[in-house]
Design a protein around this ligand. Structure first.
Ligand code: SF4
Length: 102
């Protein structure tokens, strides 16, 4: 019987993010490209998903943060979500005045 009672054996990192559960961990070790996670990049500073481990600063959501920033903003980032939301809530003043006239 497994610890969760569902037949799923949690795989825990034994390399750079030691002790954290990871989907890339297998019985044979880390299956991620290169065999270890990569440290966060400059753009990650301020993100709540960046965590400090004994081996350095790593993302808890992505094994290679530089890839997440390669083509624009990281979609998991918590520190830029507010800026995006502000842009979405901007109201077109012309449409707003029409709505008031109804
Ligand atoms: S979620 Fe994105 S921005 Fe945040 S630490 Fe991870 S890669 Fe960096």
């Amino acid at each position: 019987m497994t610890p969760d009672g569902k037949g799923v054996i949690p795989m825990v990192c034994v390399s750079v993010k030691e002790g954290t559960e990871c989907i890339f961990m297998t019985k044979k070790g880390c299956s991620f490209n290169g065999g270890v996670c990569h440290q966060i990049v400059e753009e990650c500073r301020g993100c709540n998903r960046a965590s400090e481990f004994d081996s350095g600063w790593y993302c808890t959501a992505c094994p290679d943060p530089s890839v997440k920033w390669k083509n624009g903003h990281c979609n998991f980032a918590t520190h830029i979500a507010k800026e995006v939301q502000v842009e979405k809530t901007k109201i077109n003043p012309l449409k707003a005045s029409k709505r008031k006239g109804r």
